[in-house]
Design a protein around this ligand. Structure first.
Ligand SMILES: [Zn+2]
Ligand SMILES: [Zn+2]
Length: 784
């Protein structure tokens, strides 16, 4: 009977464009014997299907359950319609739409099918460096506009050849509607250029590039999100030359290995790390390094190595041709943003690279590699599985995947982020689009990628912000940018943003005890904070306690020279003068008195409760280093010095009736005392780390007594330190706290924009009534 036919219109939202969704729907409808059509518009995928009620019902389940690998289905909404009695199933051409909420997927590493074709001499794409399909390849980095169709990508100038067009139009083909589809006959081409950017020689550019690398030269390679600089990872001379030319003194270089087995020769790779290394995101994974496998200059003084596996066909071919791991570091000078336009790269990298391995597919948006750490989690607790992966930088392969939040944003928000490791965030509905890593907003080029990035995201995701959120630091360029906008504004204290970010990362509204430990952030009292215990919800916070502020002699100079913090902390710990014979005093004898005097008189010595500066002080005391060459270096090396088997701990006093104050100088006194007794530095470093975990525990216990809260959120750059995070989480769990850690956004300043956005959203939901909690006061303890 014909009454046994139903028809529904279906709308699928989420990341459903550029991931093979229409062919998937087509195949599904064919399998179930349904007629109708499917299409793409700016909101996602729409379809109408007609057939037996059972088949239609199965369709509505399978459309979510069996979605293609790169798809993320947020919602499937269906509505019953009058049957048409049509036969056959069609794929409708894309139509431009008014509202743009369709999601563009992140760039994805080459899939196994494409890799097999790449290696198959009989395949027409054999050894073709731009092979891709519906399940893999460039996406975010080549998209210029929505909807996601070839004319709106940087593949637009390449007209498909007959065979490629046939695959593109064949619903049964793996390349059906794969927008970047191409082949050697019609697609981008590789070229080798000299240091001045002019083409060199005939012959195979890839073989020539590999020969250059084997010969110890520096090669610039155009990747997915920008240019990398490559050298033979085993060559001390090449790595040293690259450091000198790049003006990068110590900051570790990442290494690309041909495959998992090659990575295992460089580093200890456990199961979780292997999974991350081979995931479609292909991040740089920081792993314990095996000694003597790469040149010392690759990661000087570092027990870890950042490793990644090839994620483009070009990487696969290059690694196979070189035959051993290569350094693959960002194509830039010092702290500039990575180059991604050819002419800009030729100009800026001319002094660094001996040659350029490049091609004619443009990169539309600069995207750095993502970076993750792996750690054990906390056995026997809720965090057992949770902690395996720690995001350090969320960028290529992750962005622009939105972070979903439980409470909707009443109005679209732009959050401008922090100054260092900047990201911005555009949020609307229940989605927060946290940008790729922009970098340190200190130079014009980075600021330009910040402003251009905001425009691009706004266009791609159809978000016109009505509220702008920003850091309270008046000198941040991101803050100045925000204040220049004619929008409702929402200033968010730096550490509150960290805690709000962690809350929303966990789908939690608060209130919680938030422990925000980092370098520095601007406090509501105009001093620099960074060792904070906040009682916070999404809308507001109260400063419950903090490390006792200590002068930073010379201001910013004290950040670059940790020995100055050692001087300031020793002065606080030993009012009568430090014990005799401390190496840090001897090494800096010439300037010691002057620095103590700055701290004493409070001249050019802003006080700060920063936990990062306490790590710096101890690193200098233990002779890890007196000056740093990149942000966080002293703390990174101090963590590596610590003996992970040591359970002993130092102890810091907690005092104060209002916001409590923790005496960080107690830890410094213990460190100096044990140093004088000749205790080995790895034990002291471990006891210091355990002491930080213990003071976090003590602060949280006191905050629980005072505020009746038993959930703790840990955020801020200090929690990139696995030893601190793990020890603190274990202690807190043992005391009956529920512990919230980050998983979808970084705990460092890369997560600040997300935190600012959710604070702005929460205050907006409060309908202008103001923060749910009183804003933080100035704190009750005088500087030590
Ligand atoms: Zn593929
Ligand atoms: Zn072709």
């Amino acid at each position: 009977m014909s009454s046994d036919v139903t028809r529904v219109s279906v709308r699928v939202t989420g990341t459903v464009q550029g991931v093979g969704f229409r062919p998937f729907v087509y195949a599904l409808a064919a399998r179930l014997g349904l007629s109708g059509f499917v299409g793409n518009d700016s909101d996602g995928v729409f379809a109408e299907v007609e057939g037996s009620p059972a088949a239609v019902a199965e369709f509505l389940v399978a459309v979510r359950r069996d979605a293609p690998p790169l798809a993320r289905v947020d919602q499937v909404v269906s509505e019953k319609m009058q049957p048409y009695g049509t036969a056959g199933f069609l794929i409708a051409p894309s139509a431009p739409g008014a509202e743009r909420t369709a999601l563009i997927s992140a760039d994805s590493a080459m899939c196994a099918d494409c890799l097999a074709e790449l290696r198959d001499p009989a395949d027409r794409r054999y050894a073709y460096p731009f092979i891709n399909c519906t399940n893999c390849g460039p996406r975010f980095t080549i998209v210029t506009d929505v909807p996601y169709d070839r004319p709106n990508t940087t593949m637009a100038p390449f007209a498909m050849c007959g065979p490629c067009a046939a695959e593109y139009h064949d619903p049964a083909n793996r390349r059906f509607h794969a927008q970047p589809v191409c082949c050697p006959a019609c697609g981008p081409r590789l070229g080798l250029r000299g240091p001045d950017g002019s083409p060199v020689g005939a012959g195979d550019p890839l073989a020539a590039a590999a020969a250059l690398l084997r010969d110890g030269q520096v090669l610039a390679v155009k990747g997915l999100g920008g240019y990398h600089l490559a050298v033979d990872a085993a060559s001390e001379d090449a790595a040293t030359a690259l450091r000198a030319r790049k003006h990068r003194e110590d900051k570790p270089f990442a290494v690309m290995a041909a495959g998992l087995a090659a990575a295992q020769q460089l580093c200890e790779v456990d199961e979780a790390a292997a999974e991350l290394l081979t995931s479609p995101r292909r991040p740089i994974v920081l792993l314990p390094r095996r000694p003597g496998t790469v040149a010392a200059a690759v990661a000087p003084g570092n027990r870890a190595l950042g490793v990644m596996l090839p994620y483009t066909p070009l990487h696969h071919l290059l690694l196979e041709a070189v035959g051993r791991p290569i350094v693959l570091t960002s194509g830039n000078l010092s702290d500039e943003p990575i180059a991604y336009h050819d002419e800009d790269a030729f100009a800026r990298l001319a002094e660094i690279a001996d040659a350029f391995l490049t091609h004619d597919r443009a990169i539309h948006i600069r995207t750095d590699d993502s970076v993750v750490r792996v750690w054990g989690g906390v056995a026997g607790s809720e965090l057992a599985e949770h902690g395996r992966e720690m995001l350090i930088r969320r960028s290529r392969g992750c962005v622009p995947e939105p972070v979903r939040v439980p409470a909707r944003f009443p109005r679209p928000v732009l959050a401008c982020g922090a100054e260092l490791k900047n990201t911005f965030c555009l949020a609307k509905g229940d989605r927060a689009f946290v940008s790729h890593h922009i970098g340190d907003l200190e130079n014009a080029a980075t600021l330009r990628s910040f402003t251009e990035g905001i425009e691009h995201f706004g266009r791609l995701f159809g978000i016109e912000p009505e509220v702008v959120a920003f850091d309270l630091h008046p000198e941040y360029l991101s803050t100045k940018y925000a204040l220049d906008m004619d929008l409702d504004s929402c200033g968010v204290q730096h550490h509150h943003a960290h805690i709000a970010s962690c809350l929303a990362d966990n789908g939690h509204d608060g209130p919680v005890i938030g422990v925000a430990f980092d370098g520095t952030g601007y406090g509501t009292d105009g001093t620099l904070w960074g060792g904070e215990f906040l009682v916070a919800d999404l809308a507001g916070f109260e400063r419950a306690g903090h490390l006792r502020p200590v002068p930073m002699p010379g201001g910013a100079a004290a950040i670059r020279q940790p020995w100055r913090m050692a001087a300031a902390y020793l002065r606080a710990a030993f009012p009568g003068g430090p014990p005799a014979g401390l190496d840090v005093v001897k090494r800096n004898a010439r300037n010691w008195a002057a620095i103590i005097s700055l701290a004493e008189r409070g001249v050019n010595a802003p006080v700060s409760s920063s936990a990062g500066r306490l790590f710096d002080a101890v690193a200098a005391l233990l002779s890890v280093r007196d000056t740093i060459n990149y942000e966080g270096q002293a703390a990174v090396e101090l963590e590596q010095l610590a003996d992970p088997g040591e359970a002993g701990s130092y102890w810091a006093a907690v005092t104060g009736q209002g916001p409590f104050c923790i005496e960080g100088s107690d830890l410094v006194r213990a460190v100096a005392g044990e140093l004088a007794e000749g205790t080995p530095a790895p034990l002291i470093a471990a006891r210091f780390h355990n002491g930080i975990a213990a003071l976090i525990e003590d602060g949280c216990v006191l905050a629980r007594e005072r505020h009746g809260l038993d959930t703790v959120a840990l955020s801020g750059g200090v929690f990139q330190n696995v030893l601190v995070t793990e020890r603190a989480a274990v202690r807190l769990a043992a005391r009956g706290f529920r512990v919230l850690l980050h998983s979808r956004v970084p705990c460092n300043d890369g997560g600040i924009s997300f935190g600012q956005a959710v604070v702005a959203g929460a205050r907006d939901r409060n309908d202008g009534v103001g923060p749910g909690l009183r804003r933080g006061g100035s704190g009750g303890c005088p500087p030590g």
